[in-house]
Design a protein around this ligand. Structure first.
Ligand code: ZN
Length: 362
């Protein structure tokens, strides 16, 4: 039986995205921080497949090809063109397809911004770089396209226009917060322009935490509604708290990118994010950097009723801590209840104040 496509799934219910690949694979030793390029799809395919598999078991309805920053101009600067965009994307597609076939997941072919726009090369050249990324994705028959991690609206408009020529559904997502893109265009205007450029799904990914991402998508929705536009909405926030940062989000944090652990959101924070996103009308709900498989499972568990199922990895996890009822220590088994975890304000474990700003979503 053919797989149900993205737009059909979004019309019928909610789609759980996957999490972040570059950050997770950097911690495991397969990606170089600063480069963030995906040579691991050739050098360590088993590591990439394992992460895909963990996201699948956690409830991801989509596996995104690990093709981040896979543009020939970016690869040239960052790794001396050890592998080409085409080689990397071919392998990334194969790995995503192999794991997606273990379940019912769709394969999303991802493209990202290149150097060309910032170098002032103009529309034709910027679209040529996008076309090169898309060629391998199309050859390898991905199910739909994600155009993501752009912080300039004009650049993503050009990429959406190019992606739409492929004839697949296009999800477009900018790495912006409520302040808008780096040229000062508001999230609302960005959303309207992405929809008018032809994106079937519009939203935000990366750079900002779940709270700030909800703020941004709310502004996008208001602007789209005001214009009578109805694209599906998507959110794939970072799994790191970034409150107080500027329009570059967590890149501005002094802990970025090597010491972000104390900013990591908990699975229970993710429950609140998933519910807030769903209630706002977002139907593609996933994560980006910092979202590990257990965070994705929290999305799927929070939305179990809407999805009509629990993810496979919930077999080893009872929601809201219920599974620890049989601890040999009473002071631990006493935490086997939703009230404890829902109201917990985690300490950092370090001298100084505990982080409590996720209270804003309650
Ligand atoms: Zn990210």
């Amino acid at each position: 039986m053919p797989k149900k496509g993205l737009l059909e799934r979004l019309r019928d219910g909610v789609v759980t995205g996957d999490g972040g690949y570059v950050m997770a694979l950097e911690k495991r030793g397969f990606v170089k921080a600063g480069n963030w390029t995906p040579e691991a799809v050739i050098e360590h395919p088993e590591a990439v497949k394992q992460l895909h598999r963990e996201f699948l078991l956690a409830g991801s309805d989509v596996l995104q090809t690990f093709t981040f920053f896979s543009t020939d101009d970016m690869l040239d600067i960052k790794n001396g063109q050890k592998f080409s965009c085409s080689q990397l994307n071919d392998n990334a597609c194969r790995l995503a397809h192999e794991v997606a076939a273990e379940g019912d997941a769709l394969v999303a072919g991802g493209i990202t911004h290149s150097q060309a726009y910032l170098q002032g090369k103009g529309k034709a050249e910027v679209q040529a770089v996008a076309r090169a990324q898309l060629a391998a994705l199309m050859k390898n028959k991905v199910d739909f396209l994600i155009v993501e991690y752009y912080n300039i609206i004009e650049e993503i408009e050009w990429a959406i226009e190019e992606a739409k020529k492929c004839g697949l559904p296009v999800a477009a997502s900018m790495c912006i917060g409520k302040e808008g893109d780096v040229t000062g265009v508001s999230p609302g205007d960005c959303a309207v322009r992405m929809a008018r450029a032809g994106a079937d799904v519009v939203g935000v990914n990366c750079l900002f935490d779940p709270i700030m991402t909800i703020d941004a998508i709310r502004l996008m929705k208001e602007a789209l509604d005001a214009q009578g536009l109805r694209p599906f909405l998507m959110t794939q926030p970072n799994g790191f708290f970034s409150t107080g940062t500027d329009r570059y989000g967590y890149l501005s944090c002094p802990e970025y990118p090597l010491a972000l652990e104390s900013r990591t959101v908990t699975r229970f924070d993710v429950h609140k994010y998933a519910r807030a996103a769903y209630d706002l009308g977002v139907r593609y709900i996933g994560g980006c950097c910092g979202f590990e498989p257990y965070h994705v499972r929290a999305i799927a568990e929070e939305l179990a009723e809407e999805r009509g199922k629990l993810p496979a990895s919930s077999a080893k996890h009872e929601p809201w801590g219920a599974g620890i009822w049989n601890s040999k220590y009473q002071f631990i088994s006493a935490r086997a209840n939703r009230e404890h975890w829902e109201n917990l304000v985690p300490a950092t474990g370090r001298p100084g104040p505990a982080s409590s700003h996720f209270k804003e979503l309650q």
